[in-house]
Design a protein around this ligand. Sequence first.
Ligand code: ADP
Ligand code: MG
Length: 322
Amino acid sequence: MRSEFDLIRRYFIHPAPHTRLSVGDDCALMAPSPGLELAVSTDVLVAERHFFGDTDPYRLGRKSAAVNLSDMAAMGAVPRWATLGITLSEQQGEPWVDAFARGFHDELQSFGTDWVGGDTTAGPLAVIAVTILGEVPPGLALRRSGARPGDEVWVSGTPGDAALGLRHLKESLPMTAEDRRHCLDRLETPSPRVALGLALRSIAHAAIDVSDGLLADLGHLLDASGVGAVLELSLIPRSPAMLRQQGLRGWETLVLAGGDDYELCFTAPPQAAPDIQAAAARAGVTVARIGAVTGGRERVLYDPAGRPMDVAWLGFDHFRKA
Ligand code: ADP
Ligand code: MG
């Protein structure tokens, strides 16, 4: 592989139309919009833990950007700038770097986000650390802590599809070609719900993006808001691919606790429902009401027969698992 500097010059320099000074100096220089707040978020992906070494590098590049864009979506922020810290070993090789960089750039560019810098280091394990910066008008960011008793709980998309795709890869679960494509697309190239997050800014009381499982991430939102929730399993939307796995043991776990959905879970007062449906339609996303926020601390999920289900409101915890 060529030197660090040649790699940067060849693969990591892209037009950055919203940036005063991009890759090449000691720092990038950006001019934030006057009066707006900066939203900043970082995510780290580790090989063999968050992605397989043999994942298609273009798709991995896209996903590395998408998981960060999803944090912007959850906050109702407009993503503007991103940096990439990456360790590379000889194992990856240049075609990998080329494809990864194209994917990373393409995903950012489709959201008008400039790739403005980063760090490139040789390392034994591929680690991908992305920082993203966005903008939001003061006071309008969608925090986790705003949920109120009486709110309804909503989720976008069909949770569990990425986890179903992962299970298919790990256990060769039988699936139609169409379902397989759908689930692997959800796993490898999630669609950050940026437009939905922006549209929800003055509608939703609280929001979080679902990366570690629906119940776990909703649990974080409820914790931050100091409230409880009552949900119904039958209200949680399932994709055709998931519905065709009705006989699969543990499909509920995929829907409730599967990771990597990158959907939005949010709460809003009941009278906001028409506005939410309209906002989702404009954003090209489906949304569904799955329950209600309560004043106590209870967390209850009812099965279709109306019985409380025995589920853990915990998702994937990297430290616990390790
Ligand atoms: P320094 O040693 O001053 O930190 P580097 O030699 O690490 O600078 O980087 C030189 C330039 O290349 C910087 O502008 C940096 O932002 C950019 N750069 C390095 N790695 C990446 C990367 N993975 N993606 C984008 N830009 C990068
Ligand atoms: Mg320097």
